[in-house]
Design a protein around this ligand. Structure first.
Ligand SMILES: Nc1ncnc2c1ncn2[C@@H]1O[C@H](COP(=O)(O)OP(=O)(O)O)[C@@H](O)[C@H]1O
Ligand SMILES: [Mg+2]
Length: 352
């Protein structure tokens, strides 16, 4: 549904250059919820604004639903009209809602339809239908100031759906909301994704959001996508930082001459007593330093940090055994253990 190739954005201001995006190749499948995660300044907002050409990339291409948006636009009225039409199929939701305070809820939802020159009756019918869809049918005549944060975001979502988009882009839509309201908005996004077949790209700095609703995710650092894939693919990728963030398992080695490994269970391996089989087969004492279990996309996934006696060289055979059982085994050396504390840098980061 969305492909970018070599997407680059350089901001020039006051003689300084900032490379906000540095050759991003993104692949978002039709009908999935795709999470983009990364620390403040990583380039997430720039990326999402380039996906609908709110921001024009310095170089690279953006293709949405088979249409190369970067080839549209440019100068001239006709070019602008083509870009506007393409953009109407991409809805956007913002962290601070961006509602017009002087307009009623219904008039806010009608705004994009006014721009598309839809007639008054059709606009009203569409707005009321969308307000019903987001659970705000009774607030059509209210003003934004009379609504809670969660209700305002529902209006923002209804407005984003006015042009019957195929894609919904969301930049930290839940960052200004409390945890309970966050959950209800995420549930709404998931429902819209499933009911309307809507492809959703959402930016977040919260791993919980990724865990709750994302099928796929990308990790951004310094303007680059350093990891991307389905959650299952990420979990099966040795050394994946996103996988470690999704399943933080703490636990320090008890002594120098010990080998610490993170074992990731998914699919059939999750339900077999592999660790006790290992202990029996090789007659080793295994200590469990930490563990996390979760259900992602309806599948049970887990990660366990275990400690084996002896150094790595002494444990090549048992580690090979675990891998043969279809488990993902990441050997944690001292440095890596330090890099994976119980609370992650992403979770600590403040919403801007
Ligand atoms: N309009 C702009 N002009 C100049 N620099 C910008 C502009 N927007 C963003 N940047 C810079 O680009 C980088 C990426 O910013 P942004 O995309 O907002 O990151 P994120 O959303 O991940 O926090 C940052 O260094 C930021 O300061
Ligand atoms: Mg941002």
């Amino acid at each position: 549904m969305i492909t970018t190739t070599g997407l680059t954005k350089v901001y020039r201001s006051g003689g300084r250059e900032v490379t906000a995006l540095d050759g991003v190749d993104l692949h978002v499948r039709e009908g999935e919820v795709y999470g983009v995660i990364g620390q403040s300044g990583a380039g997430k907002s720039t990326l999402i604004r380039c996906l609908n050409l709110l921001e024009r990339p310095t170089s690279g291409t953006v293709t949405v639903a088979g249409q190369d948006l970067t080839a549209l636009g440019g100068r001239g009225q006709r070019a602008n009209a083509a870009l506007r039409a393409a953009r109407s199929h991409i809805g956007m939701v913002f962290q601070h809602f961006n509602l017009l305070s002087s307009r009623t809820v219904q008039d806010n939802v009608e705004l994009p339809l006014e721009i598309l020159k839809v007639g008054r009756r059709d606009r009203a019918a569409k707005a009321l239908e969308l307000l019903d869809l987001v659970g705000l049918a009774d607030k059509a005549n209210a003003y934004p100031a009379q609504l809670s944060g969660g209700q305002k975001q529902r209006v923002g979502i209804a407005r984003a759906l006015a042009g019957d988009p195929k894609v919904l882009l969301s930049d930290e839509a839940t960052s200004a909301l409390d945890p309970e309201t966050t959950r209800s908005i995420l549930t709404l996004l998931r429902d819209l994704n499933q009911q309307l077949g809507l492809t959703v790209v959402l930016i977040t700095h919260e791993m919980d959001v990724v865990k709750t609703i994302c099928d796929s995710a990308a990790l951004m650092k310094g303007g680059r996508v350093v990891e991307q894939g389905t959650v299952a693919e990420l979990l099966a990728t040795p050394g994946s930082e996103l996988a470690r963030e999704l399943f933080p398992v703490g636990g320090e080695p008890s002594a120098e001459d010990r080998t610490v490994v993170d074992v990731t269970f998914h699919g059939a391996a999750a339900t077999r007593p592999v660790i006790s089989e290992l202990a029996r087969t090789y007659n080793v004492d295994i200590s469990i330093l930490g563990a996390a279990m979760d259900t992602i996309g309806g599948k049970q996934v887990g990660r366990m940090r275990i400690e084996l006696p002896g150094r790595f060289e002494d444990n090549v055979v048992p580690i090979g055994y675990l891998r043969e059982q279809g488990l993902q085994v990441d050997v944690v050396d001292g440095a890596a253990a330090d890099a994976a504390p119980a609370t992650t840098p992403l979770q600590k980061e403040d919403a801007k």
